[in-house]
Design a protein around this ligand. Structure first.
Ligand code: PLP
Length: 465
């Protein structure tokens, strides 16, 4: 037994050594990788275990808001296995059984939308939306209405066009030149109130008018679409203020601008509704989604559109090129929609949307208590199991705490067996927001454990122990 343990340790040590030598990690500076990264080897539900046998309660859904139904779902793996052994692949230019079934089930959750376009990542799903806008511009507006607006602090992906539509200066730094025709407008972070409110307007309406100002400046006939996150995720869990979305929708209608909702994080239950936009009584023209679509069991994303958008991109007599001429090879991998379908069925059967709403309220109520206890907690906010904590030097001036404090609290949580997310100065100007997004299966006990570890981490950090 000792010999076996010894050889297992050797295998693991060798893997860690090989990782350091061969793998170039996402978002990771060389020095951090050189110091050694945890290697997660197995998970079940909300719990994940590393190569040293240490267990963590994962309140980050796989680090980046992905594992909505939790780890170790044999049912999803089985559905993929059954599909892959039957038929693994055929290009999405042909009909496929799981792709058809999933599209129908998904659209039942999205009244007003009727077409599902498959690809493999959130960035790609957004790229498809941008290509649709550009082609509509070329076909129907003689090249006008080609510009796409995006908002400060929102993130839309890693590819050059998705990054061109991203409002995070640090993330873009050194990756230009960017794609022309993307225009930024200011954010709507009420806690940090960037608007003077002398006027008789709600904060939300005023913040949304920032978009209209940019439209008027650019010229309404040049703007074809706007892309927005329903709740800004990586930019700091920023919720839209009261009245914001109604004003955005009104403005889009007024200037005939397509509303693209990036539901890559918020979609498929994360906020206690199937989709984030459904909290706000608005009707988008295009919705993109990825992450939670298959909870990380498969790489699949969708760009969902109205019938009107679909109709605008069909071939016509004299314009054979007038249909949407786009493909992502692995949009034809049959395992993706098979996983997505099993994922959706789990969410329905286990009532995870309701659970997410209920547990989200429990989490937020607990965070309010921590806020009353620790003055560095300036704001707690969230919807469903998607919450943020903004850390400030004092609650009145709301200046961000030093990076070391945000990093320190996240590190203390990790040492205590809890994984949470946080902003990072490499992407956003301030690094003072923690975030949490446990899987939608979280129980009372899970939420209470998250809160008690957070409490301990704040206590240690603020007493500097
Ligand atoms: N959109 C949003 C809101 C995201 O948070 C992300 C990734 O974090 C993306 C798009 C890009 O998704 P992907 O990394 O799958 O390309």
């Amino acid at each position: 037994e000792t010999l076996m343990n010894q050889s297992m340790h050797e295998v693991i040590d060798q893997l860690h050594q090989d990782d350091k030598t061969h793998v170039w990690h996402h978002l990771t500076p060389g020095a951090a990788a050189e110091a050694g990264l945890p290697m997660f080897v197995e998970g079940e539900g909300l719990v994940i275990r590393d190569s040293q046998g240490k267990e963590y309660l994962d309140a980050s859904a796989g680090g980046v808001w992905v594992t909505n139904v939790g780890y170790g779902r044999k049912e999803i793996a089985d559905a993929m296995h059954a599909q892959l052994t039957k038929l693994n692949f055929f290009a999405s230019s042909m009909a496929g059984v799981p792709a058809t079934k999933f599209a129908k089930r998904l659209l039942e959750k999205m009244p007003g939308l009727s077409r599902v376009y498959y690809s493999n990542s959130g960035s790609e799903a957004n790229e498809k939306a941008f290509k649709m806008v550009r082609q509509i511009s070329a076909k129907h507006h003689g090249g006008k209405k080609s510009k796409i607006l995006y908002r400060e602090r929102d993130y839309h992906g890693t590819t050059i066009a998705a990054l061109s539509a991203t409002g995070q200066t640090q993330r873009r730094a050194q990756y230009g030149p960017f794609v022309p025709g993307f225009v930024e407008f200011p954010h709507c972070h009420e806690y940090q109130s960037q608007y003077e409110l002398s006027e008789d307007k709600s904060y939300g309406v005023r913040a949304a008018q920032a978009m209209e100002e940019v439209i008027l400046k650019e010229g309404p006939d040049t703007v074809g679409a706007v892309i927005l996150e329903p709740i800004t995720a990586g930019g700091g869990v920023i919720l839209p203020p009261e009245g914001y979305w109604q004003e955005i929708q009104r403005t889009c209608k007024k200037y005939e601008i397509l509303l693209i909702m990036d539901e890559v994080v918020c979609g498929i239950g994360r906020t206690g509704n199937w989709f984030g936009y459904q909290h706000f009584d608005i009707q988008p023209d295009i919705v993109t989604m990825a992450k939670g679509v298959a909870s990380g069991y498969a790489a699949i994303s969708c760009t969902v559109t109205t019938e009107a958008v679909f109709d605008l991109l069909q071939e016509e007599a004299g314009d054979e090129l007038g249909y949407f001429r786009d493909i992502s090879t692995y949009g034809g991998c049959q395992a993706g929609p098979a996983a997505a379908l099993a994922n959706l069925e789990i969410i329905e059967r286990e009532g995870l949307i309701d659970n997410c709403r209920i547990q989200g309220e429990r989490l937020l109520a607990g965070l309010e208590k921590l806020k009353a206890k620790y003055p560095i907690i300036g704001d707690v906010r969230g919807k469903g199991l998607f919450v943020g904590i903004e850390l400030v030097t004092d609650p009145v001036n709301k200046a961000p705490v030093a990076d070391a404090i945000t990093v320190g609290i996240a590190a203390r949580c990790k040492a205590l067996g809890l994984l949470i997310g946080r902003t990072n100065r490499s992407f956003t100007a301030a690094n003072n927001i923690l975030n949490m997004s446990p899987a939608l299966i979280a129980t009372d006990a899970d939420i209470d454990k998250i809160l008690s570890i957070l409490d301990k981490a704040f206590e240690l950090e603020t007493t500097n122990e």
